[in-house]
Each structure stands twice: as structure tokens, then as C-alpha cells.
Ligand binder design. Structure first.
Ligand SMILES: CCCCCCCCCCCCCCCCCCCCCCC/C=C/C(=O)SCCNC(=O)CCNC(=O)[C@H](O)C(C)(C)COP(=O)(O)OP(=O)(O)OC[C@H]1O[C@@H](n2cnc3c(N)ncnc32)[C@H](O)[C@@H]1OP(=O)(O)O
Ligand SMILES: Cc1cc2nc3c(=O)[nH]c(=O)nc-3n(C[C@H](O)[C@H](O)[C@H](O)COP(=O)(O)OP(=O)(O)OC[C@H]3O[C@@H](n4cnc5c(N)ncnc54)[C@H](O)[C@@H]3O)c2cc1C
Length: 662
């Protein structure tokens, strides 16, 4: 039996209606890219330097921190030895570090991007190479104990002293302590610190400063800097998310990142084209979270769908063999929407990346007109996709029954890692409210006759009045229009409600707060409608074999129909869809679940996620779940000895004394 694939899984693969490889090629941008990615991953997977460590779930916090730090440093060495190119870097690192993100990784994820986004050419010359070579290790230190969301409320100060041409970085209160930045506690020797800029007696708001925090000789904190780790978290414990306090720490004027705003040697402040350019690195990072959400949901779906084909339980018909649990419609209803959402988000992430490149390209040339749309789109997509991903992973976990609750499934760690993305880089409610703010503005503009463009164009094109007549609910065009109508109606309703509250005498701010639940729902509907439209357009226009287009079309239909039936009230509210339409959507949804059932394993296989990335006994490619579950449990530290030492320490004396009383 060794090496064989579970026969149920093998049969699923034989019966798929399309060529899995072709879909993988589509997801990753072509056959050559897939070949390259697999090759780069294989370099990490076959490297003995990365194997041999215990499963991270059996490690202590300190072991985890050290082991992932060691691995991260090995990647740096290997990247040089193997001539890994810029294009392949993240693939290589993800493969080598899939057991948990080390603090060092924040240099790559946040520190370098901040220098790139916020530094002048001179500053990039000075800092980028050392950061890339890891001569210096950096954190992105923005959040404070008292303020994360409200960046304008940060308390750390950077006061310019023209007599020495230095900034004085200071933490005036306990709540101004930098708190949370990844890699800040123990690993980094530099940080970009977000602080309120004071010059010539005036505060100019939050700006980024490059601050050395530890000695390059012996790694002790620099004078005036107090540092530490903030303690264990729900997950991500290989990372030393840290705290920092600054006591009048002096840095040269040149350490203010000055691509946009500047302070001249005499202390004169030179305004940026937009004050929000100081936040450009956050916009970039939020955009990257959309692909992380897609990958996390793809991973959870892969685990749960494969396991649901291996697991047999109960009797569907008396006397017949136990069915694969994926044959239960309720199981399909749990899992296929997660699978469909993973595809939808994958394509949305691709759009986000293109949009970011295009708008930042225009901004480089001085055209700031796309900044608001880029911010609204990245904030809304980050919020929507990470929220659906987090809830979806938990659905996948519960769909695996008891074994889903075990760390052997990989799902608890995936959930607790994935859910951090709902909070990091802008808390999701707050981010969705930013999108709402943009939508209300756009609505007001369209009311005054302006034609809207980009992702909000439909707000001025879609009529809010009800449309009657029979609809073909399986048609993607019909579904997209229904989603746009729903979003336009909800944006209109929220905006008008705000106007009503203001007419009744409320201030704009109070009206905003009292309508914020409506506003959030409207913004979610907008992002949902964007994701549906982008999915439908991708499916309809992409160059691909017809069998692949057919399965993607079913998946897209499922994604839309699931959204329509789950949010039926929104579509029925003004009579745009009728009860009959919703009934038709529900029946179609059942039909699409059955239609997708034979392709479910091929659809998750197409994500091409290696077992070494999944870390899941239940989601193994070969489906040999039970024998590996047994083997995995043997590794539990409690199984190191036949009789645990606490028996001798506690249980034995307790039992003995109880027995004596008998
Ligand atoms: C392909 C390979 C396959 C591999 C497969 C792998 C398989 C395995 C998969 C497993 C995957 C698992 C994935 C998990 C990955 C885990 C990794 C963990 C990640 C951890 C990294 C974390 C790093 C985190 C870093 C941080 O958190 S840094 C700190 C971030 N902080 C924030 O984001 C703060 C949020 N707050 C704000 O941004 C602002 O304060 C605010 C927007 C809330 C308000 O700003 P402000 O008060 O200044 O503004 P106003 O409200 O007054 O608004 C003024 C106007 O300005 C506009 N505005 C605001 N912000 C911006 C902006 N950024 N850009 C443009 N405009 C902006 C407002 O909208 C206002 O506009 P208006 O006036 O026109 O209305
Ligand atoms: C895993 C992880 C990694 C992180 N890494 C970093 C890092 O590297 N660097 C860094 O600087 N920071 C980092 N952070 C911090 C992170 O950016 C913040 O925690 C995040 O921005 C949320 O801010 P907060 O904690 O202040 O939440 P809060 O704003 O206190 O949120 C609490 C509640 O208040 C609500 N709320 C707040 N403001 C409003 C509003 N205006 N309207 C309506 N509701 C509101 C929120 O919706 C939420 O329900 C990290 C956090 C995590 C969890």
C-alpha cells in the first residue's frame, strides 16, 4: 500500500471533467510560470537545512522563534547561493518558511516596501541594499498601545531641532509606546517609526522616520530606546511582535523619509501633493492581503474537500455502504461557496495588483486623481476578502468534524493566522467605512450630474427603480446586474438616510455614526458586486479550453447564487428580484452544487498547493489520512514516555492517599 493514493481520491481525479493542469496554468499566469514555481519550491522542500525540525505545533514559543529565525537566515544565504531572482523570491521564502512567519520577515513585508514607497532616491540608495542584504533588520513601527486605527491620534513625536539638524523621537506617555510591530521586540535593529512631526512650533501630522533601535555591534537597545516582546498571541508566535519606547532619541534630519513631504535644514516644512501619501505603504500592503485571503481560503478548501472525499460516514440509503461525506448536499453547501470564493478572490487580487501598478504609475507622474479610488478599493477588498476568508476557514474546519479541531488538520493554525488579517493593516470595520466614505462622495457627485468611472461607474448607470419581468437567474450578466442594483440601492439608501439625519439637525459626524451600520452594509454590497463582476468578466474573457471555462462558469454561478440567496432580503427589498427569482436562484444553486460535485477535487488540486505548504494530515494529496493521523499523534510530547512524570508528582500520591481512605 505504501505510496498509493487513497482509491476514493484517485477516482475523483479520474472523473474530473477538465484538465487540472490547464486551470493551474491559468491561475499562475501560464505553464512556464507553474513550472518555475514548482522548481523554486522544490529547491526549498528538498533542502535538508529546512527539514528535521519538529512540527511547529509541538514547539515552545522560544523554540519556534529560534527555529524560524534560523530558517529565515538560511533563506538569505540560499537566495545568494542559488541565484534566486527578485521574481522568485517570495515563492522561495514562502516555501522555506511555511511553518510560520519569523520576525525577520517584516523586513521584507513592511520595512523594505516602506523605504521603497516613502524614501527619496538618495534614501533608497542608502537603506535599500543593507535591508535587502540583511546588514540591517527592520520593523514597521506605527501602532501604539493607545492608538492603531486612528493614525492622526498617534502620540509619538518627532521634533525638529534646526540647531543640530536632528529630529528628537520621543514617547511622551505610556499609551504612546509602540505596540504590535512585527519583529520589533527582539529581531530588528532598525525601524521606520511613524511619529507626529513638529517643526517651527507646528505639528504637521504623522510622518515616517528611520530610527536605529539596537546596536549593530552587540544588538543591545540604543541609548534612550526600551524594547521588548509583547507576549504570545493567538498565532504567529514565531514572530516577536514588540514594544518600543523612545526617550528623546536623536536622529539626523536625513532620516525622515522624504519622498513626499520634506523638512528643510532650517526647519521649513514642504507640503506633499497629498497628506495621505504618508500612508501609501499601508495601501500597498492592504492590496497584497487580498491574495493572502485567496490563498488561505484555497488552502482550507483543499484540506476540507480532499478529506470529505476520503471520509465516509453514516448511511444515505439503508444497507448501502457509507457514502463519502462530500455526497451530502449540506457538506457541498458548506464547502463549495468557500472554494468559489477562493477563485473569486484570486481573480480580484489580480485586478488589485494591476490597479495598484497603474494608479501608482500615474501618481509617480504627478496625477493624484486615482488615489481616492485606489484607497477605497484596497481598503474595501482587504476588509471583505479577509472577513469571508476567516469565516470560511472556520466553516471548513467544522466541516471536518472532530478531526478538523485537531492541529493535525492544519485548520486551527490556518484560521488563527488568517484571521489576523482582519485586524492587521487596518481593522476591517474601519477599512470598510473608508470605502463607504468614498461611495457616499461618489453618490453625491452622481446626484449632481457627474458621470462616475472605474469601479463605481455603475452607481450612476444603474436605475434605482424596480425592474419587472421574468429573469434567467443562471445568466451571469443577470446576476452581475442584480448585484450592482443591490449595491447602488444600498449606497443610495445609506447616503439619503444620512442626509435625512442631517436635515433633522444632526451634525455630519453624528449622522455618519448613526448610519454607520447601513454604510458598512452598503460598502460590503459594493465590494461583493465588484468581486462578482470581476469573476464573471474573467470567466467570460479569459483564453482557456472550453472545459475549463465551463467549470469556472459553474463556480462563478455558484458564487453569485450563493450571495443572492444568502442576502435575499437585500435583493427583494425594492422588488428588484421577486420571490420567484429567489426560488429560482435556490433551485439553480442546488443544481450547481450537484454539477460541481464531480469536479471538486480537481478544482482544489488546481490550486497546486504542495503538502509541505498545507501542513495538514487531512488534506494530504494522497488522501492517506488515517495512518498519518495515527503517526502524527505519536509525536505529541505527552507520548515521549509511557508514564508521564506528573503521574509520579501529582496523580500517584493523590490516588494513593485516596486509596488509603478506602
Ligand atoms: C501563489 C503562491 C501560493 C502560495 C500558497 C501559500 C499557501 C499557504 C497560504 C496560507 C496563507 C495564510 C495567509 C496568512 C498570511 C499571514 C501573514 C500575517 C501578516 C502579518 C503582517 C502584518 C503586517 C501588519 C502591519 C500593520 O498592521 S501596520 C499598521 C497598519 N495600520 C493601519 O492600517 C491603520 C489604519 N488607519 C488608517 O489608515 C487611518 O487612520 C484611517 C484611514 C482610518 C483614517 O485616516 P485619517 O484620520 O488620517 O483620515 P480621515 O479619516 O480624516 O480622512 C481624510 C481623508 O483621507 C482619506 N484617506 C485616509 N487614508 C487614506 C489613504 N491611505 N490613501 C488615500 N486617502 C486616504 C480618507 O478617506 C478621507 O478622504 P475624504 O476626506 O476625501 O473623505
Ligand atoms: C498580527 C498583527 C500584526 C501586526 N503588525 C503590525 C506591524 O507590523 N506594525 C504596526 O505598526 N502595527 C501592527 N499591528 C497593529 C494593527 O495594525 C492594529 O492592531 C490595527 O490597525 C487595528 O488597530 P487597533 O488595534 O487600534 O484597533 P481599534 O481601533 O482599537 O479597534 C477596536 C474596535 O474599535 C472599532 N473602531 C475603531 N475606530 C473606529 C471608527 N472610526 N469607527 C467605527 N469603529 C471603530 C473597530 O472596528 C474595532 O471593533 C499588527 C496587528 C496584528 C494583530
Amino acid at each position: 500500500m505504501a505510496g498509493q493514493v487513497n482509491p476514493d481520491l484517485a477516482k475523483e481525479r479520474e472523473n474530473a471533467s477538465f484538465n487540472t493542469q490547464k486551470l493551474t496554468n491559468l491561475l499562475y499566469g501560464g505553464a512556464e510560470k507553474v513550472r518555475r514555481r514548482r522548481y523554486i519550491e522544490s529547491l526549498a522542500f528538498s533542502d535538508p537545512a529546512y527539514s528535521g525540525d519538529e512540527d511547529p505545533v509541538f514547539m515552545s514559543r522560544e523554540e519556534l522563534y529560534s527555529s524560524q529565525l534560523k530558517r529565515a537566515l538560511t533563506t538569505v544565504q540560499r537566495v545568494k547561493e542559488l541565484n534566486i531572482t527578485e521574481e522568485d523570491l517570495s515563492t522561495y521564502r514562502n516555501a522555506a518558511l511555511s511553518g510560520g512567519m519569523p520576525g525577520l520577515a517584516l523586513t521584507w513585508i513592511a520595512f523594505i516596501p516602506t523605504i521603497l514607497q516613502q524614501g527619496t532616491e538618495e534614501q533608497k540608495q542608502k537603506w535599500l541594499k543593507p535591508a535587502q542584504d540583511l546588514s540591517i533588520v527592520g520593523a514597521y513601527a506605527q501602532t501604539e498601545m493607545g492608538h492603531g486605527t486612528f493614525v492622526r491620534g498617534l502620540e509619538t513625536t518627532a521634533t525638529y531641532d534646526p540647531s543640530t539638524q536632528e529630529f528628537v523621537i520621543h514617547s511622551p506617555t505610556l499609551t504612546s509606546t509602540k505596540w504590535w510591530p512585527g519583529g520589533l521586540g527582539k529581531t530588528s535593529n532598525y525601524a521606520t517609526v511613524m511619529a507626529q512631526l513638529y517643526t517651527q512650533g507646528k505639528c504637521y501630522g504623522p510622518h515616517n522616520f528611520m530610527v536605529q533601535i539596537r546596536s549593530l555591534e552587540d544588538h543591545t537597545p540604543c541609548p534612550g530606546v526600551t524594547l521588548g516582546d509583547i507576549g504570545p498571541k493567538m498565532e504567529g508566535n514565531a514572530n516577536d511582535n514588540g514594544f518600543a519606547r523612545f526617550d528623546h532619541v536623536r536622529i539626523p534630519r536625513e532620516n525622515m523619509l522624504m519622498k513626499f513631504a520634506r523638512v528643510e535644514p532650517d526647519g521649513t516644512y514642504v507640503q506633499p501633493a497629498s497628506s495621505k501619501l504618508a500612508y501609501s505603504n499601508m495601501v500597498y500592503l492592504r492590496g497584497t492581503f487580498v491574495m493572502s485571503a485567496a490563498q488561505a481560503l484555497a488552502s482550507a478548501s483543499t484540506i476540507a474537500v480532499r478529506y470529505s472525499c476520503v471520509r465516509r460516514q453514516s448511511e444515505m440509503k439503508p444497507g448501502e455502504p457509507e457514502p463519502q461525506i462530500l455526497d451530502y448536499q449540506t457538506q457541498q453547501y458548506k464547502l463549495f461557496p468557500q472554494l468559489a470564493a477562493a477563485y473569486a478572490f484570486w481573480f480580484a487580487a489580480r485586478f488589485m495588483t494591476q490597479q495598484h501598478a497603474s494608479i501608482t504609475g500615474s501618481m509617480e507622474k504627478g496625477d493624484m486623481s486615482g488615489l481616492a479610488e485606489l484607497h477605497a478599493l484596497s481598503a474595501g477588498l482587504k476588509s471583505y476578502t479577509t472577513a469571508v476568508m476567516s469565516a470560511g476557514i472556520d466553516v471548513c474546519r467544522m466541516s471536518c468534524g472532530g478531526h478538523g479541531y485537531s492541529h493535525a488538520s492544519g485548520l486551527p493554525a490556518l484560521f488563527s493566522t488568517g484571521t489576523s488579517l482582519c485586524t492587521a493593516e487596518g481593522e476591517n470595520t474601519v477599512m470598510m467605512l473608508q470605502t463607504a466614505r468614498y461611495l457616499v462622495k461618489c453618490f453625491v457627485q452622481s446626484q449632481s450630474g457627474k458621470t462616475l468611472s472605474g469601479t463605481v461607474a455603475y452607481l450612476s448607470a444603474v436605475q434605482p427603480s424596480p425592474v419587472s419581468g421574468e429573469r434567467n437567474m443562471s445568466d451571469l450578466g443577470t446576476q452581475v446586474t442584480a448585484f450592482q442594483h443591490r449595491a447602488a440601492r444600498m449606497v443610495r439608501h445609506a447616503a439619503l438616510q444620512m442626509q435625512t439625519e442631517m436635515q433633522k439637525g444632526k451634525s455630519r459626524e453624528d449622522a455618519w455614526n448613526s448610519c454607520s451600520v447601513l454604510l458598512i452594509k452598503a460598502a460590503q454590497a459594493h465590494v461583493h458586486s465588484f468581486v462578482v463582476r470581476n469573476f464573471a468578466e474573467t470567466v467570460q474573457t479569459v483564453e482557456v479550453e472550453e472545459s475549463v471555462r465551463a467549470v469556472l462558469t459553474s463556480l462563478c454561478q455558484l458564487y453569485s447564487l450563493h450571495g443572492i440567496t444568502e442576502h435575499a432580503g437585500d435583493f427583494l427589498m425594492d422588488g428588484y428580484l421577486t420571490g420567484r427569482d429567489i426560488d429560482a436562484a435556490s433551485s439553480l444553486l442546488s443544481a450547481v452544487l450537484a454539477q460541481l460535485r464531480p469536479d471538486a477535487v480537481a478544482l482544489v488540486d488546481a490550486f497546486d498547493l504542495h503538502d509541505k505548504m498545507l501542513h495538514s494530515v487531512l488534506g494530504r494529496y494522497d488522501g492517506r489520512v488515517y495512518e498519518h493521523l495515527y503517526q502524527w499523534a505519536q509525536k505529541s510530547p505527552l507520548n515521549k514516555t509511557e508514564v508521564h512524570e506528573s503521574y509520579y508528582k501529582y496523580l500517584q500520591p493523590f490516588l494513593k492517599s485516596n486509596r488509603a481512605k478506602l
